[in-house]
Structures are given as structure tokens and as C-alpha cells.
Design a protein around this ligand. Structure first.
Ligand SMILES: Nc1ncnc2c1ncn2[C@@H]1O[C@H](COP(=O)(O)OP(=O)(O)OP(=O)(O)O)[C@@H](O)[C@H]1O
Length: 238
């Protein structure tokens, strides 16, 4: 098993504010982890910490992230209204995914363009190439952002509440796409979600953040745990 992330006794938070304490968990290549929990329990703070955007207040975060062509993680942030209105073409949005620490030159080369095209094909959005991003539906926008994220990595995707605002059909389509990337291409998935039912359907592991009562384990272990019983009130066994 190739370890991708490991948190050892990690305390998450900001200056003078502890958000979560004593987190211990490990994510291996090919895992599909859903991070669940009530509002404000630190899910987004954990994501920022895994991405290295903020440092843990205590403990150790070990990251072992390597893509095929690029280093790093593909990241799909929570979309703000301003991002939804971004005035660029689909092609420009996807292509910008290749820009990372290793890419110091502001121009795109042939390899970059081939990578962007390949990921658009994979996500079935080649026909949207010339469209303006802000004129797309929510589901189409998420596919564009996913193609963009895949330009940054082919090994780890981090998604923060990716189906928020999508209708049920678009949500299911999105989940199926993520499932294919995980199962067929062994992409490690870390997804923050409030959609617990689908988290339990698709994930291999659950990290439930709750003050003083965090849980980490497989979906099967989670379904049997006290944390899930209290949180779900029976959904786990539906
Ligand atoms: N930049 C920041 N500085 C200080 N405190 C912050 C900052 N960002 C978030 N917080 C606080 O940290 C706590 C955890 O926030 P976080 O966004 O990680 O929770 P969450 O579980 O993702 O919530 P939600 O489900 O509502 O998205 C909250 O109390 C929040 O107010």
C-alpha cells in the first residue's frame, strides 16, 4: 500500500483557535475518503491543512503526493458565486490546471494542451471547449473544474462539497464520474460532503469530525459505530 497522507496527533486550527484535536488517520493510494461532520467542525480546515495552505497547530501531517506529469494534488474548492461567474472560456479554465509550482513559464506548451484535451475527453466535455464557463449549468461547471483538477494530478483529488447546488441527476452523474476515476484509474479521492447517504455508498473510508468524538475507519466500521448512529439516526442501515 502506498501511503498518500498520514495525520499523527494533529491539532487543526488558526491562531488562537483550536478547531479539532488529536486527529490520527492514514489515507492510501486508491482510497476514497469522505470527510463528514456538522457545520464548523473543521472539514475545510482539514483540507487546507492537507493542501499545505495552513500548518497544523500541533502534530504531524505527512504527505506523499506525486502525479504522473506534475507534482501535487488536484483540488476542487467550494465554488463561490464569483467563481461561477468567471469570464473565461472552458478551454482556458481547464488549461490553467497545469499551472503549478513546476510550471514557471506563463505560456502553455504542446504537452500542456494535450493534457488539457485528454482530460476534457475523459470527462466528456470536449464539445464545450469554446463555450464561456459562466454560461454553463452547475453540473457542466463541475465537470470543467474536475478536468482542470486532473491537469494538476492523476493521483489525488480533493473535493470540498462538490455537489452543492447540483440537482439530483447532475449529482449522481458527478458521483459516478468520481467513482470511475477512483476504481478504474486508482485516483485517491478525499471528499468533504454533507450528503451522508452517498458518502456511505461510494466511499471506502469515513472521517467523521466531531468535537471530542472523531471517528476514522472503513465504511463498514463507521456504520457500526456509535458516532454514525447518533449522526445518522438510521440512514446507515437503510
Ligand atoms: N481563517 C480563519 N480564521 C479563524 N477561524 C476560522 C477561519 N476559517 C474558519 N474558521 C473557523 O474554524 C471553524 C471550522 O471551520 P471550517 O470551515 O473548517 O468548518 P467546516 O466543518 O468546513 O464547516 P461547514 O460544514 O460549514 O463548511 C469554524 O468555527 C470557523 O469559524
Amino acid at each position: 500500500m502506498i501511503m498518500i497522507f498520514e495525520c499523527k496527533d494533529v491539532t487543526l486550527g488558526y491562531e488562537n483557535k483550536v478547531v479539532a484535536k488529536n486527529l490520527n488517520f492514514k489515507i492510501d493510494q486508491g482510497d476514497y475518503l469522505c470527510v463528514v461532520g456538522e457545520n464548523g467542525t473543521g472539514k475545510s480546515t482539514l483540507i487546507k491543512t492537507l493542501l499545505g495552505l495552513i500548518k497544523p497547530l500541533n502534530g504531524e501531517v505527512i504527505a506523499n503526493v506525486q502525479g504522473k506529469n506534475h507534482k501535487g494534488v488536484g483540488y476542487l474548492p467550494q465554488q463561490t458565486q464569483a467563481q461561477k461567474d468567471f469570464p473565461a472560456s472552458v478551454w482556458e479554465v481547464v488549461l490553467s490546471g497545469v499551472l503549478n509550482n513546476d510550471h514557471r513559464c506563463p505560456f502553455y506548451n504542446k504537452k500542456d494542451k494535450a493534457e488539457a484535451e485528454k482530460n476534457m475527453e475523459k470527462l466528456n466535455i470536449l464539445d464545450l471547449k469554446k463555450r464561456c464557463y459562466r454560461e454553463l449549468s452547475g453540473g457542466q461547471q463541475q465537470r470543467v473544474l474536475l478536468a482542470r483538477a486532473l491537469c494538476a494530478t492523476d493521483s489525488v483529488l480533493i473535493l470540498d462539497e462538490p455537489v452543492t447546488g447540483l440537482d439530483p441527476a447532475a449529482s449522481m452523474e458527478f458521483y459516478e464520474t468520481i467513482k470511475d476515476l477512483n476504481k478504474k484509474e486508482n485516483v485517491t479521492i478525499i471528499m468533504v460532503s454533507h450528503d451522508i447517504k452517498n458518502a456511505l455508498n461510494y466511499a471506502t473510508h469515513i472521517l467523521h469530525l466531531e468535537q471530542e468524538n472523531d471517528f476514522f475507519g472503513t465504511v463498514e466500521e463507521y456504520k457500526k459505530s456509535n458516532v454514525s448512529n447518533m449522526f445518522l439516526g438510521g440512514v446507515a442501515n437503510d
